[in-house]
Design a protein around this ligand. Structure first.
Ligand code: NDP
Length: 307
């Protein structure tokens, strides 16, 4: 009987017969499939909560009219509707003052029907992101950006995990990839992705190296990775010569290449034949982020209702 692998190309999943011994192929981890399972579980639990009279609610704040932010906010609203959450959108004009924004956050912190609050970043330049993040109640901080939640992640005692790194971990878990004792390399040290990603791999007993723009011998370090996470923000930055044969390659990047085409931080075409597992862009880590946001919001609703 023929064996098939599902390959993502030209914006569609295609079935390609596996010719074992003829060529090597990585298993492509479908973020669409893994995230659909996460969402289905969230929906099931949401339905159960509703029988107890609890309807999880997420408030999304967007300031200004950044087109990318608008797309993200629309996707989050749609995801809420799909799993059965109440969602409230607060679209504020670009000239909103810090005071006005903080006042809204304060109201939402005290609004019983709202369990999760997120403020879409980046904010217009005159607003201080740090102050805004700090103003969100840690119990409603479903992005897990508040310093209190960041500290909890550090000590491994947390309610919420930041959505993108949590999404990567969910993919690793779903595929049964063992992190224990593995060399893990994370390229990128942002507060949103790189640092928490490294911490989550460490909690799973990986031996973790974090690389950044000042790292020397990046190629050598990456080539030693059993598990390589790219969160750089540069199109096709990770090339085959940076990847060890059989490595697990997880691509967080969302970029546009010189032709305006969506692509990741990994040069998929050259890296895929060397990797054992790889995530595509689009259809990889991206869909996981929103699914994990739904998971965090459900958790927030449970915590706030002592469940
Ligand atoms: P940042 O720009 O905040 O961080 C990028 C990191 O990459 C920095 O730590 C930077 O180092 C490092 N870096 C830059 N150039 C190099 C280099 N030449 N060599 C080694 N390291 C380098 O980006 P984010 O972490 O916010 O996002 C990373 C990517 O992930 C982006 O493409 C973003 O769009 C995407 N993303 C995707 C999400 C999803 O849902 N899939 C969610 C969030 C982000 P230094 O600190 O020294 O400057």
């Amino acid at each position: 009987m023929n064996e098939y692998i599902r390959v993502y190309s030209d914006m569609a999943w295609n079935k390609v017969p596996i010719k074992r011994g003829v060529c090597k192929m990585a298993k492509i981890i479908s973020g669409k499939e893994v995230s659909a399972n996460v969402r289905a579980q969230v929906k099931k639990e949401c339905d159960e909560l509703k029988t107890k009279g609890i309807a999880p609610g997420l408030a999304v704040i967007i300031v200004g009219d950044d087109p990318a932010s608008r797309v993200y906010v629309n996707n989050k609203k749609k995801a809420c509707a799909d799993v059965g959450f109440v969602s409230e959108e607060y679209a504020l004009p670009a000239e909103t003052t810090q005071e006005e924004l903080l006042k809204l956050i304060d109201e939402l912190n005290n609004k019983k029907e709202i369990n999760g609050i997120l403020c879409q970043l980046p904010l217009p330049g005159h607003l201080d992101e740090k102050t805004v993040i700090n103003a969100i109640s840690p119990l409603k901080d479903v992005d897990a950006f508040h310093p209190s939640n960041v500290g909890k992640i550090m000590i491994g005692d947390y309610h919420f995990l930041p959505c993108t790194p949590a999404g990567v971990m969910e993919m690793i878990r779903t595929e049964g990839i063992d992190v224990n004792g593995k060399n893990c390399v994370v390229i990128g040290r942002s507060n949103i992705v790189g640092k928490p990603m490294a911490m989550l791999l460490l909690h799973e007993n990986g031996t973790v190296t974090i690389c950044h723009s000042r790292t020397k011998n990046l190629k050598e370090i990456c080539s030693s990775a059993d598990i390589l996470v790219a969160a750089v923000g540069k199109p096709r930055f990770v090339t085959a010569d940076m990847v060890k044969e059989g490595a697990v390659v997880l691509d967080v990047g969302i970029n546009r290449d010189e032709n305006g085409k969506l692509c990741g931080d990994v040069d998929f075409a050259s890296v895929e034949p060397k990797a054992s597992y790889i995530t595509p862009v689009p259809g990889g880590v991206g869909p996981m982020t929103i699914a994990m946001l739904m998971k965090n919001t459900l958790k927030a609703a449970k915590i706030q209702n002592n469940i």
